[in-house]
Design a protein around this ligand. Sequence first.
Ligand SMILES: Cc1cc2nc3c(=O)[nH]c(=O)nc-3n(C[C@H](O)[C@H](O)[C@H](O)COP(=O)(O)O)c2cc1C
Length: 181
Amino acid sequence: MELTQAVKERRSVRKYEERPVPHEVIEEIIEAARYAPSWKNTEVPGFVLVESPELKSKLASGEYSFGFTFNRKALMNAPQVMILTYKKGISGFEKDGSYSTPKGEFWEAFDCGSSAQTFCLLAHERGIGTVIQGYFDDAKLAKLLELPENIGVGAVIPMGYIGEDNKAPRRKEVSELLSYK
Ligand SMILES: Cc1cc2nc3c(=O)[nH]c(=O)nc-3n(C[C@H](O)[C@H](O)[C@H](O)COP(=O)(O)O)c2cc1C
């Protein structure tokens, strides 16, 4: 699939086929996704695949998403949920633990965004739909998933073979987005 086509055709997908994405395919995606750019190539993002129905229904309960119920359907419907994680205190930090720039911890989220989009595009290329979910309670979720202290949650991404045909929401025109100086 051509890159421009993939970028334009990828949609947030919230309905999936029941069959899970095989681990070989997940591993192939991560093998390519690890080439996403990161702060000083620190590669702080990581991936945890949630497949257990018990964990998935806990994720969908609302208890881990500040009660934001819109996300429940996709979480329940998805055969798998990818949790994008990151190592804390490295991206955007100096070795002594101080911030490298006035943007502080911003670069951790930036690196997660870079990895998330790369992951979603590689999934799309394989007919796998994803939706990045931003409504999650980091602390509660980290506890549920038994993540070590130094690992944070960057995004919750339900995924599965595409089970709906979504139209692209309206996008801004190039003239609204781009300016020259
Ligand atoms: C940081 C971020 C957080 C998002 N959070 C949610 C979410 O909690 N639930 C959801 O259904 N979609 C969520 N989305 C998906 C957006 O709604 C979607 O990308 C946008 O409407 C454009 O649609 P498209 O991805 O199909 O092009 C999120 C996307 C991003 C990048």
